[in-house]
Design a protein around this ligand. Structure first.
Ligand SMILES: [Fe+2]
Ligand SMILES: [Fe+2]
Length: 292
């Protein structure tokens, strides 16, 4: 990507700012026919026990799962902002990359604000990431090299993008969530473009070991994100009998659904930088059930 392209991305960001305050119809109430997630992203959808659940229980499960998704994006974006703030400290305003990152930071802070408002609107009670999640998130943002941090952020953005696309086009999804997804999808498109450009610098002449590492970081981050979405507590809250057993089935089901619906872009990217090889492929298959 050349400077002209980065300047163009900066211009779009400035000329067409999407403000969550006005872009999202916050006052819209959920209509009776509207749901919180597309079926392909609901953990219990597709299981034989799905028909035994009441409409209210299904809605409750969807609601808590979408809260987990939005909370997790906000959380990982906060982590990435921490890194970006550090990354730009020694850059010059003449540098187009510096100015793009400023735009990206502005947008990411707006996204965090938007997700927080959405969680509040849904009266969601996010289940916090584990200590391990916190440790690795902070460790990556604070101490690991830039290439690792950009790779970790991109892995989250690629998954967020799949969710964004699926939610904005499903007319059965609650209008407020669809608009949030639309905004996020548009702006993340630019971030993904830019992150790939930065990462090309590191992957272009990387040897086998480095390329494998990048592929492992990508797979591990996607795995970490996925484990934040489906939680046992959700089934207890929804008043599902045998919550633990249902949770176990739902988690397994979601893993398969996620592999089908969400992994294509991440796999394609890993292939682009030659990150799929005899060493990394087994990890992608084992951890993510990826068809590679
Ligand atoms: Fe974002
Ligand atoms: Fe982003």
């Amino acid at each position: 990507m050349d400077t002209v392209t980065i300047e163009r991305l900066i211009r779009i960001s400035k000329e067409n700012p999407l403000l969550p305050e006005t872009f999202v119809p916050w006052a819209n109430k959920r209509e009776d026919h509207e749901k919180y997630l597309p079926d392909e992203l609901v953990s219990v959808h597709g299981l034989s026990l799905y028909d035994q659940l009441t409409k209210e229980q299904i809605l409750e499960i969807e609601k808590h799962e979408v809260v987990q998704v939005m909370y997790s994006y906000g959380w990982s974006e906060a982590m990435f902002c921490l890194f970006l703030n550090k990354y730009i400290l020694d850059k010059s305003p003449h540098d187009a990359e510096f100015r793009f990152i400023l735009r990206e930071l502005i947008e990411e802070f707006r996204h965090q604000d938007m997700f927080a408002q959405a969680v509040q609107l849904l009266d969601g009670k996010p289940i916090m990431p584990s200590r391990q999640h916190f440790f690795w998130g902070k460790f990556t943002a604070k101490y690991l090299p830039a290439s690792w941090a950009f790779m970790s952020a991109l892995s989250v953005e690629l998954i967020a993008d799949v969710y964004g696309k699926a939610m904005r086009r499903d007319e059965k999804v609650y209008s407020v969530l669809r608009k949030i997804s639309e905004l996020h999808h548009i702006e993340e498109g630019r971030h993904i473009h830019f992150a790939k450009h930065i990462l090309e610098r590191y992957t272009k002449n990387a040897g086998f070991v480095k390329r494998s590492w990048y592929s492992i970081i990508l797979a591990l981050n996607v795995h970490y994100m996925r484990t934040l979405y489906v939680k046992e507590e959700i089934f207890v809250r929804a008043g599902v009998p045998n919550a633990r057993a249902v949770y176990k089935e739902a988690r397994k089901n979601y893993r398969n659904k996620f592999a089908k619906a969400c992994l294509d872009d991440a796999i394609e990217f890993a292939k682009e930088f030659n990150g799929m090889n005899w060493l990394t492929r087994p990890l992608w298959r084992r951890l993510l059930k990826a068809n590679v």
